[in-house]
Design a protein around this ligand. Structure first.
Ligand SMILES: [Zn+2]
Ligand SMILES: [Zn+2]
Ligand SMILES: [Zn+2]
Ligand SMILES: [Zn+2]
Ligand SMILES: [Zn+2]
Length: 290
């Protein structure tokens, strides 16, 4: 532990930082040190709905250091896809995908949206006002259509005020220097905007129906231990909390998951009311009803 603290202090000094609490700015400075040059450093931020706030160093590397920034603290994320609740997630193009193999969007040209052969020449299009990386790039943007109806030229236009490339479906609602929050659907200043999970809009009848179907809620989280060969995750603790009463239960030690499941079945045998069990981040999110 002492050695780790010493090493951490050494890194801070070399990055020209004071020893103390680190924020995003400090992590960015640390990431630029030679030690981290081959790592893609990624920081997800709780204050921005767990969105990616920092992505530093090469995208084309397999060496990834992902962090979760919350309450002035950084935690290491071992699997980005599990953290984001997806089966497959590409840290190069930052998109989810359904199955392997994945055609990575980073290989696509940002200008023509196709796989062009760029040159150093810059060509401006008079129709969409965007710039292209040579003739191949320009030609492709005039003809290539990713959704088979509109070409890139018809779909993407440069805003004459803020110079942002805006796609056709967002042109009506585009407000310069503001963007749409995917969570609450409002047009906001995304750098200062804070919002969390939105409440479902339900009528009284829909709410009653939902409550009847879900019955009692039960939340659980499993903590596990990594074995020596680092391939097996051994569950060692299950924490359970009932919705409504807040009553808690703890299952400890090897075999805790079996005990937890037995307890679930026992509960269902004794109670006619449905029970909805919600896991906290069990390899993504698992949700099942009894
Ligand atoms: Zn990709
Ligand atoms: Zn191109
Ligand atoms: Zn164009
Ligand atoms: Zn604009
Ligand atoms: Zn929002």
């Amino acid at each position: 532990m002492k050695k780790l603290v010493q090493k951490a202090r050494g890194l801070l000094t070399r990055a020209g930082l004071r020893h103390g609490i680190c924020g995003l700015k400090e992590i960015e400075q640390l990431s630029r040190l030679p030690e981290f040059r081959d790592f893609q450093v990624r920081v997800y931020n709780k204050a921005r709905q767990n969105m990616l706030s920092l992505k530093i160093n090469p995208t084309e590397t397999e060496r990834i250091l992902s962090l979760y920034y919350h309450d002035k603290h950084f935690d290491v994320i071992t699997k980005d896809n599990a953290f984001l609740g997806h089966s497959f997630y590409c840290t190069k193009c930052d998109r989810t995908y359904k199955a392997n193999p994945h055609v990575c969007e980073t290989r696509k040209c940002t200008q023509c949206k196709d796989f062009c052969e760029p040159s150093t020449e810059v060509i401006k299009c008079e129709f969409c006002l965007r710039y292209f990386k040579g003739h191949d790039c320009y030609d492709r943007h005039r003809h290539y259509a990713d959704d088979a109806s509109l070409s890139t030229c018809q779909k993407w236009k440069k805003c004459k005020v803020c110079y942002l490339d805006v796609s056709k479906d967002l042109q009506k609602e585009h407000v310069c220097f503001k963007s749409k929050c995917k969570n609450c659907n409002n047009t906001v200043d995304i750098y200062t905007h804070k919002c969390y999970i939105q409440q479902a809009k339900l009528t009284d009848n829909q709410r009653k129906k939902r409550d009847k179907k879900m019955g009692r809620l039960l939340f659980f989280d499993v903590e596990s231990m990594v074995e020596n060969d680092e391939t097996v995750n051994e569950p060692i603790c299950v924490v359970v909390q009932f919705g409504g009463t807040g009553q808690e239960k703890l299952f400890e030690g090897v075999g805790c998951v079996t005990e937890f499941c037995e307890c679930l079945f026992e509960h269902c045998e004794q109670n006619a009311e449905p029970l909805t069990v919600i896991a906290h981040n069990l390899g993504g999110m698992i949700y099942f009803s009894f």
